[in-house]
Design a protein around this ligand. Sequence first.
Ligand code: PEP
Ligand code: MG
Length: 316
Amino acid sequence: ARRAVLSAATGPGATADGHPVPLLANIGGPRDLDSALANGAEGVGLYRTEFLFLDRETAPSASEQEEAYRAVFEAFPQGRVVVRTLDSGADKPLAFLPPPEEEPNPALGERGLRMFRRYPEIMTAQLGALARAAAGVSAEVQVMAPMVATVEEAEWFADACRTAGLDGAGVMIEVPSAALRAADLIRVAGFFSIGTNDLTQYALAADRQVSAVAGLQDPWHPAVLDLIATAASAASAAGKGCGVCGEAAADPVLACVLVGMGITSLSMGAPALPWVRAALSRHTLAQCRDAAAAARSVTSARAAKAAAYAELPGLE
Ligand code: PEP
Ligand code: MG
């Protein structure tokens, strides 16, 4: 039966009534491209570039970076590739930099875009390599920053991207302040991509790395759904895209709920793509909206999930 569902859904992502939802892959580098292509990814929604930088004694050279980026861009001549700039921190330190300050809460520390404040030359080098790799390829290349908390940070990043020749820089929505003030942020961002892993961690104040609080790391929580809906509405009002690239996008039922909240693309680990494609193809946009409203009308993650399932027959 599973095979029948899968074979029924091929081609670009869309709801049963034809509302398009591009389905993209999360990748860590060129070695993940085969799986992305085999599972029908329409592009890349999250290229985690930190794998180029971690576990090495010297920074990757400009040409090494360019080559890794171009290999990914060329795999999707018709598609979109969203590159996230380096997302490292005290828990993922860079061996070629002086050891960072000991942090009691690395998730709340100098990570993501914040690290570029101390080392702007690493950002400039990465953006330069991205701009050169993007020149002359037909993929639509977009760049976004992780861990943006304020409008000033988003402006600073967008300016640096423009200077490098990269327009329309995006902002990841992974910090509650960014979601709550999404209407301010979208004025300076080309698009949003919601990182539901971190957004959940920060919304529920439950460290992703601490197993004792793993039960709280649940993107079905209505508080997380509300933050996502706020960001999606702000982007939609501005006529800009708002994707999801956290693990939430890989849950076929939650994927329908996200689409019902106005999310415009979904990016996930490649093996989940066929399941999400199948789930979307079996439900209309109206059903997805009803499922989203139902999930947000209750008071717990568990009840939200049950409410959404009830609106989306055939996914139990
Ligand atoms: C996220 O936080 O949801 C995300 C996509 O980024 P990462 O998992 O790499 O932190
Ligand atoms: Mg994240």
